[in-house]
Design a protein around this ligand. Structure first.
Ligand code: FEO
Ligand code: CA
Ligand code: CA
Ligand code: CA
Length: 600
């Protein structure tokens, strides 16, 4: 796929070839810039990054580790707010000579500060996509493991949310494993707490069978945690604080325009390994939020607010809109295929009607304090949402990652990253919406709400892409000529540009090349023409992304990460080069020339 002309508007670049370079590789005629790296200062009182003399106090004033979600909100003509998740830490890269069995208190406190969120003002240029961080901007903010957050909604104050430090069950310190997210139409940031299970130790000491089953369903298990935080803070020890774990796994709403605001954990949106949250206004003016639970055989959800969105733009309207996610109805999706089950053989072969497609319904789980799930109270539905999904027979998906409604058509796109257990012994076999057994490269599903109304109770769906090497017969690129597409594997975070092209970042490419960012038209004659825009360095995952006419932004997450047990020092030296340690960083890319715009 090397013609710049024969492509949809906004995607007329020369695709990058798959590669294994320790670099961010971009199309010819484009320029890139590292906007912000792990350790860069948000405030002038932060010391310059020094790998060998890092402190928790410094890290609390510096950009955190493992940037994932990236979004921009406007401030003024020359300034935007860049919103970034710091999902997790790679201690063996952050601390030279790290002893995983005996981390020091300082190392653990640095890791606490390196998790969380960053709000950074960035100034834009008249020409070109460069973004310059504004150190000490009054809206700059670091949120980390000791920042105060507030639980709201119907489960707030529940007995199962009370701890010895917080007998009210309403105030939580910090946010962990924030993966992707989304922005609301009222200018706040939704950020998703994902793999929280890994931070909590000693689940194995829990004897109550109901509690043990709940922990197990959420992947909380075993003795010591990987990072050993429980040695320095009892809230990470289930033997001492059995309810702390229930206070993680939520959707967080942050008001980035008020650096003194307390972010909200919205219990009405349920508790699971939240990947992302994407709002869309319903036909009658309420707000729907689409959400995925990133686990093999887990579910796709939707929340619909009780109250209506006020678009008048006044401060009073904004204050009202910021309460919308406190009360509403939580639904889970059930997908039904329209082809005979006998035609879904698990190889990815299309059924005789020529499409993996069908219909679906939204099953209500709870609304306010009312539960619709037999044997579960509303509070239990919000706290143990996975168990509610199990009970109502929701469709078990191949790891629902990021979700994005098209701003042009309203169709909702779900990235299903992979599921190598599909169809293996004792596990669910392929069905029409997850049509490939041992699904190594994932797929993308389109959901068309009935009447194109995100408030609908039913929907149609079809598979858009079945990912992999286009030479692999199990792949499908919306029917586009497979000799004219880039190979793509393990779709994860997604976003749209203003033309209605879907941009897909990948995590865990199994085709022998590094992860990357891809653009694909979703309608018109180039629908399904996947084109690779960039690749990321050794060991890295592509996150973000954020695509406008001015620039493409990606978060290069975990460069140098490896599961090599003989690890001695990182094999990636991106972005600083030489023998430096790799540093997760946000990168901007824009087209050279007069306009400095990405699209054409
Ligand atoms: Fe943090 Fe599911 O990706
Ligand atoms: Ca079909
Ligand atoms: Ca992700
Ligand atoms: Ca991922």
């Amino acid at each position: 796929p090397n013609s710049t002309k024969k492509a949809a508007k906004g995607l007329r670049f020369t695709p990058v070839a798959p590669n294994t370079a320790d670099a961010v590789t971009i199309p010819e005629g484009y320029t890139q810039q590292v906007v912000m790296r792990w350790g860069d200062a948000l405030f002038s009182d932060a010391p310059a990054f020094d790998l060998h003399n890092q402190t928790a106090a410094a890290q609390q004033r510096q950009f955190g580790y493992n940037n994932d979600y990236v979004g921009l909100l406007p401030v003024d003509k020359k300034t935007q707010l860049m919103l970034v998740n710091h999902e997790y830490t790679d201690e063996y890269i952050m601390f030279p000579g790290y002893d995983a069995q005996n981390p020091t208190k300082e190392q653990i406190e640095i890791a606490w500060a390196a998790h969380g969120l960053s709000v950074v003002a960035v100034s834009t240029q008249k020409k070109g996509g460069q973004l310059t961080p504004v150190v000490d901007h009054p809206l700059n903010r670091r949120l980390h493991t000791t920042t105060e957050f507030m639980l709201d909604g119907p489960a707030s104050g529940a007995d199962l949310l009370k701890t010895s430090a917080d007998p009210t069950g309403t105030t939580v310190l910090g946010t962990l494993n924030n993966c992707s997210g989304g922005l609301t139409p009222w200018g706040t940031w939704l950020t998703a707490q994902e793999n929280f299970n890994q931070y909590f130790a000693n689940a194995g000491t829990v004897t109550d069978p109901v509690t043990a089953a709940r922990l197990s369903r959420y992947g909380v298990s075993g003795g010591a945690s990987e990072r050993k935080w429980e040695r320095f803070d009892p809230r990470f020890d289930l033997a001492k604080e059995p309810n702390e774990v229930n206070r993680a796994g939520w959707i967080v709403e942050v008001d980035p325009y008020d650096p003194t605001s307390t972010p909200k954990l919205h219990t009405a949106l349920g508790r699971f390994k939240h990947e992302a949250a994407q709002p869309r206004i319903t036909g009658d003016g309420r707000v729907a939020v689409y959400m995925g639970d990133d686990e093999r055989f887990d579910y796709f959800y939707k929340f619909i607010s009780k109250g209506k969105f006020d678009s008048s733009g006044t401060p009073k309207a904004r204050a009202h809109n910021m309460t919308l996610l406190e009360d509403g109805t939580l639904y889970v999706a059930r997908f039904t295929g329209n082809s005979p089950a006998s035609e879904i053989d698990g190889t990815g072969k299309l059924p005789s009607d020529g499409a993996f497609d069908g219909s679906g319904e939204w099953i209500a789980l709870a609304s306010g304090t009312t539960s619709y799930v037999e044997g579960m109270s509303a509070e239990e539905v919000y706290l143990f949402t996975r168990l509610a999904g199990d009970k109502v027979g929701a469709t078990k998906m191949d790891r629902p990652e990021d979700i994005e409604p098209s701003p042009v058509t309203g169709t909702v796109y779900i990235a299903l990253t992979n599921n190598t257990q599909r169809g293996t012994a004792g596990k669910p076999a392929a069905d029409e919406v997850n049509p490939r057994n041992v699904n190594k490269s994932g797929h993308i599903v389109e959901v068309m709400e009935s009447g194109n109304d995100s408030g609908a109770g039913t929907f149609g769906w079809r598979i858009f892409l079945v990912c992999g090497d286009p030479a692999d017969p199990s792949t499908y690129f919306a029917g586009f000529d497979k000799s004219q597409v880039s190979p793509i594997s393990c779709p994860d975070n997604v976003t749209f540009d203003e033309h209605g092209n879907l941009w897909i970042s990948t995590d865990g490419n199994v085709l022998g090349y590094h992860d990357g960012l891809f653009g694909v038209a979703t309608s018109g004659k180039y629908r399904g023409q996947v084109r690779q825009f960039l690749t990321v360095p050794i060991g890295a995952e592509t996150c973000g992304p954020w695509v406008t006419e001015d620039r493409v932004l990606v978060a290069v997450q975990h460069p140098g990460e490896t599961d090599d047990a003989t690890f001695e020092s990182p094999t990636s030296h991106w972005p600083d080069g030489g023998s430096s340690v790799p540093r997760p960083a946000v990168v901007a890319v824009w087209r050279d020339g007069k306009s400095g715009k990405t699209g054409q």
